[in-house]
Write a protein that binds this ligand. Structure first.
Ligand SMILES: Cc1cc2nc3c(=O)[nH]c(=O)nc-3n(C[C@H](O)[C@H](O)[C@H](O)COP(=O)(O)OP(=O)(O)OC[C@H]3O[C@@H](n4cnc5c(N)ncnc54)[C@H](O)[C@@H]3O)c2cc1C
Length: 409
């Protein structure tokens, strides 16, 4: 049996692991983190292409995959609806997808607390060197080790994440903590606000233990804000002990004064409902937004997948979907060709699509970079373009059926 070694047990690694296992591969996932991964407080939109990935992975998908909503609205500073569109969709969370995929992939095929430090390959196979001094051998190695990929750093060291000049504050608010007034204004919809040069968006997602029952859901917000790169960003990434977290600061290390500024700005710039949403989130976090594009997705017997290969800004809402699409293409390529030829096919199939996605996300986020000056934004166009529902039947019509079940035929 051919053996696949997957580095990284997050969504990309699980998508690839499930699909290769179903295709008859002997799969082992190594994951640096010791225990089960915890969601980093953010939501995701469900699209047909996401369901296609979940189905290809063998996941059991039903109406519990997300929270159904009827449409979108842009709210003004006073909370009045500036523009509104119907756009039925389901919204979910990273945690929900992680559960769906983890339920399929056998836990005994995951080695937790195992970190890859180097990779070597020869004509017969590929060898992964681990941090504990041991090594593993396989026919193919799939690097699903994220934006700071160790594998990519070795094989394409010139590739770097390029900060775009703005950050995303994110957080999950518990449904039970909303005032009745704010709940009525926001919870049933995907809502936006457009302060000058910024963008706020928020939508309901499953709650604790993936619960989609009313009262137990959460509301996910993402607030894009320009932050200057040389001084302001490093200052925000510095914890109370003076340590700078270049690659991203853990939520609990964000200084109180940085959080204080967030709450003050929310009161000053957002409508009361959005300001309340920011205020009631227990642990807001922020991440620098940027782009990453690998020159290749295949290096002999090594494939880069998901965020390890390309990172598109969240405006296209495709991070998890892209990882699923990569996995579909990889499993298909490996089904009918020797490994190196298969990975060349994979590269040819996925690299142009990924580069196009990065370009589109860059276009959508350009006005947040703070370099275009004041530009008028068409609220309806913005709502349609940012993570808008794409009609497609790649999932055999499941997306449409789930919406119909939720009362949105
Ligand atoms: C814990 C976690 C929580 C997240 N929560 C959210 C969220 O709430 N919302 C959202 O939109 N996105 C979230 N993301 C990001 C999201 O998963 C990705 O943007 C996207 O789905 C593509 O995933 P990926 O598997 O390619 O990369 P990632 O999700 O970044 O996963 C990479 C994995 O590789 C592991 N790894 C890295 N280096 C090594 C190594 N050398 N050896 C072994 N393992 C290694 C990491 O520990 C990690 O689990 C989260 C990611 C993680 C890891």
């Amino acid at each position: 049996m051919r053996r696949a070694l997957i580095v990284g047990g997050s969504l990309g690694g699980l998508f690839a692991g499930c699909m290769l296992m179903r295709a008859g591969w002997d799969v082992l996932i190594i994951e640096r983190t010791g225990g089960r991964l915890e969601a980093r407080g953010a939501g995701l939109g469900v699209h047909a292409s996401m369901l296609q990935g979940l189905l290809a992975a063998g996941a059991r998908v039903d109406a519990g995959v997300g929270v159904p909503i009827a449409g979108r609205a842009v709210l003004g500073r006073d909370g009045a609806v500036v523009a509104e569109i119907a756009m039925p969709q389901l919204c979910t969370s990273w945690a929900r997808l992680y559960t769906l995929l983890s339920d399929v992939f056998p836990e005994e095929r995951v080695r937790r607390g195992a970190a890859l430090v180097a990779v070597e390959q020869d004509a017969a196979g590929v060898t992964a060197r681990l941090a504990d001094g041991s090594s593993l051998r396989a026919d193919v190695l799939v690097a699903a080790d994220g934006v700071r990929s160790t594998v990519r750093a070795q094989l394409a060291p010139q590739t770097a994440f390029v900060y775009a000049g703005y950050i995303a504050w994110r957080g999950l608010a518990e449904e039970r903590d909303f005032s009745p007034r704010t709940h009525a204004a926001l919870f049933h919809r995907f809502a936006f606000a457009l302060p000058e040069g910024e963008q706020m968006l928020a939508y309901p997602v499953p709650g604790e233990a993936d619960d989609v029952a009313p009262g137990r859901r959460r509301y996910n917000f993402v607030w894009y804000r320009p932050v200057e790169a040389q001084r302001a960003l490093p200052a925000m990434l510095t914890d109370a002990d003076g340590r700078v977290h270049q690659g991203g600061i853990p939520p609990q290390a964000i200084r109180p004064d940085v959080l204080g500024a967030l709450y003050r700005d929310a009161e000053a710039l957002l409508c009361p409902a959005f300001a309340e949403t920011v205020r009631i989130v227990e642990q807001p976090l922020f991440q620098p937004i940027g782009d990453l594009e690998s020159p290749q997705m295949a290096f002999g017997r090594v494939a880069l997948l998901g965020d390890a290969a390309f990172v598109a800004r969240p405006h296209v809402a495709m991070g998890a979907i892209k990882a699923g699409q990569d996995a579909i293409a990889l499993a298909a390529a490996l089904s009918d060709a020797p490994v190196e030829a298969a990975l060349r096919h994979y590269d040819a199939a996925r690299r142009p699509a990924s580069a196009a996605l990065v370009a589109e996300s860059r276009r959508l986020g350009a006005y947040l970079e703070g370099t275009l000056g004041r530009i008028a934004r068409d609220p309806v166009k913005l709502m349609r373009e940012n993570g808008g529902v794409q009609h497609s039947t790649v999932d055999g019509g499941l997306f449409v059926r789930l919406l119909a079940q939720a009362g949105y035929p």
